[in-house]
Design a protein. Structure first.
Length: 175
């Protein structure tokens, strides 16, 4: 047996917990999550989007669906493929629930139970991983439109401000 081969019986999948705000920015990151995903708490909390834990091709479809279902039904649970810092992937049972504080939703809690150990890192993903980190960090600076749609609070209306009309340049000096 090669040094990287471990018997299936040796794998022990521990459930990890991650919470995020309504924009998807990680707020709590348990030690088990650090061991499972490979990022340290300092790298993640308040800095990283939960989208980084998903395979990039799943982010546009899976993430909005799981957030919507968690809000509408109170829970999302499904077997998904997730990604570690080193770009290796693994199958896991993901459970997502809305976090509610004082009657207002403030974020989401995700519980990840790995079903298998992470696979080998495909070399082609390593360069992609290096490119996607700055992109997703920069993307977090914009408020999430999805988060606004998922919150059940009505948006406050903005007062309309009268804006002066611009006159053609010939009207400045008299009529």
């Amino acid at each position: 047996m090669a040094s990287g081969d471990a018997p299936k019986e040796a794998f022990e999948g521990k459930t990890s917990v991650i919470t995020c705000d309504m924009n998807g920015i990680v707020q709590e990151y348990a030690a088990d999550a650090a061991a499972l995903f490979g990022w340290s708490q300092d790298e993640v909390i308040g800095k990283m989007s939960v989208a980084m834990f998903h395979v990039p091709r799943n982010v546009p479809t899976l993430v909005p669906r799981l957030l919507r279902e968690a809000v509408e039904k109170g829970k999302f649970e499904e077997e998904v493929v997730l990604m570690r810092k080193d770009a290796s992937t693994f199958r896991a049972r993901l459970t997502v629930r809305p976090l509610v504080r004082d009657g207002t939703q403030v974020g989401f809690m995700g519980m990840t139970h790995p079903l298998e150990p992470p696979g080998e890192v495909p070399v082609g993903r390593l360069w992609f991983q290096a490119l996607r980190v700055p992109f997703l960090i920069a993307a977090r600076r914009r408020p999430s439109r999805l988060a606004g749609r998922l919150s059940r609070r009505p948006r406050p209306s903005r007062p309309r401000v009268a804006r002066p009309r611009l006159r053609p340049s010939g009207d400045e000096h008299g009529e």
